[in-house]
Ligand binder design. Structure first.
Ligand SMILES: CC(C)(COP(=O)(O)OP(=O)(O)OC[C@H]1O[C@@H](n2cnc3c(N)ncnc32)[C@H](O)[C@@H]1OP(=O)(O)O)[C@@H](O)C(=O)NCCC(=O)NCCS
Length: 338
């Protein structure tokens, strides 16, 4: 078996690589659709300032049977390599995953990144050990952060419930006003968005995950927007502005691929610590679902992830009607020197 770097633009190889990702996803996390193949074909991160991504393919007799994605953060967490190993279900338990993992370790050593993070999808039933968890344990990893994935199905009954929640929230949020937009943010709000986005890496629970505070500025926000647009995603954002200071103090955004129009993904939700306790989280989330429904009427389901220990965010999502669909975990490993 060979491990080969997948070069951007190699459409046949990228499609074969995606087939493996999709087969693995259907086997291990059927509740989570694979990002559409078009995103892979359109991906171009050659000029990205914030991170670098590499894809490697495990090739057996000319066929792709496994894949490895490596993500190298460049502005923060520069000792960390995020590695995702996947093997086609028809080719498992033959050591392919292990070889891909060894390749990730070698790349990590070469890049002087001794901290490896891997993500594993798991079924809701905690008694079932997912292949990914068994594998991560076998290579010496430890579970650092446990998350629950939830989905909200958009239907007319939901409209009434969300309107009622929005109304109650508004009564607690005197002194704040909503701002909404689709696509790139208005120029005057980008600095506030960057400040709030950075809080996601310090204020959301990380449990045992070693993850340093992220460095965000307006340029990084714009870079993320450009990447989303290049991959043909659309997204809607709702923020709360503190009227007295004019600052944006909370926001939430949801993205959806035009190639997977029925499923949307919750991205960021954050409320500045100094402005908590005014139901701003519920206010922006309910308003953003309404904006999503108006802007992307084909969306039927919104998917979100939360740390199991993120009580406040989970409480809001449960009240809105999000239901558990699966588990998700971040595993971590310190690579010993060669
Ligand atoms: C996890 C995954 C990559 C393993 O691929 P693989 O090629 O089957 O792995 P290997 O054959 O190299 O297994 C190495 C060891 O991991 C452990 N392991 C792997 N899958 C296992 C399973 N289903 N049950 C129990 N142990 C398992 C075993 O100790 C195995 O050694 P053994 O076969 O000698 O007992 C594959 O199941 C997969 O693609 N899962 C979905 C994606 C995922 O969760 N990736 C993990 C990201 S960190």
């Amino acid at each position: 078996m060979d491990i080969e770097l997948v070069t951007p633009g190699d459409e046949a190889r990228l499609r074969a690589w995606w087939e493996v990702e999709d087969a693995a996803r259907r086997a291990d996390a059927p509740w989570l659709p694979t990002n559409p193949v078009q995103e892979l074909l359109l991906e171009d991160d050659s000029n990205r300032r914030s991170s670098r991504r590499e894809r490697h393919a495990a090739v057996l007799d000319g066929r792709v049977v496994g894949g490895l994605v490596l993500e190298l953060p460049l502005l923060d967490n520069t000792e960390t390599l995020i590695a995702t190993v996947m093997v086609h279900p028809d080719h498992r338990r033959r050591g392919i995953g292990r070889q891909l993992f060894d390749h990730a370790v070698a790349r990590g050593r070469h890049e002087r990144r001794p901290l490896l993070i891997g993500e594993v999808a798991e079924p809701l039933d905690v008694a079932t050990v997912a292949p990914g968890a068994a594998f991560a344990t076998s290579v010496g990893g430890r579970r650092a952060l446990s998350e629950i994935c939830r989905a909200l199905d958009l239907d007319t009954a939901l409209d009434h419930r969300l309107s009622a929640l929005a109304e109650t929230s508004r009564q607690h949020a005197a002194g704040y006003e909503l701002v909404q937009w689709a696509g790139p943010a208005p120029d005057e709000l980008v600095d506030d968005l960057a400040r709030l986005q950075a809080l996601m890496s310090t204020d959301a629970p990380l449990d045992d995950l070693q993850w340093s505070p992220e460095v965000w500025d307006a340029a990084r926000i714009r870079e993320g927007e450009e990447e989303a647009a290049a991959k043909e995603r659309v997204w809607v954002t709702t923020g709360a502005r503190h009227v007295a200071s004019g600052r944006l103090v909370a926001y939430t955004d949801i993205g959806v691929s035009i190639h997977l129009p029925g499923t949307a993904f919750q991205w960021t939700t954050i409320v500045d610590r100094k402005h908590r306790g005014h139901r701003l989280g519920m206010l922006v989330k309910t308003a953003n679902i309404a904006l999503l429904a108006a802007h992307c009427p084909g969306v039927r389901r919104v998917i979100t992830w939360n740390a199991e220990t993120n009580d406040h965010m989970v409480a809001i999502n449960v009240e809105m009607g999000f239901q558990k669909v699966g588990r998700w975990a971040e595993w971590q490993l310190e690579v010993p020197p060669a």
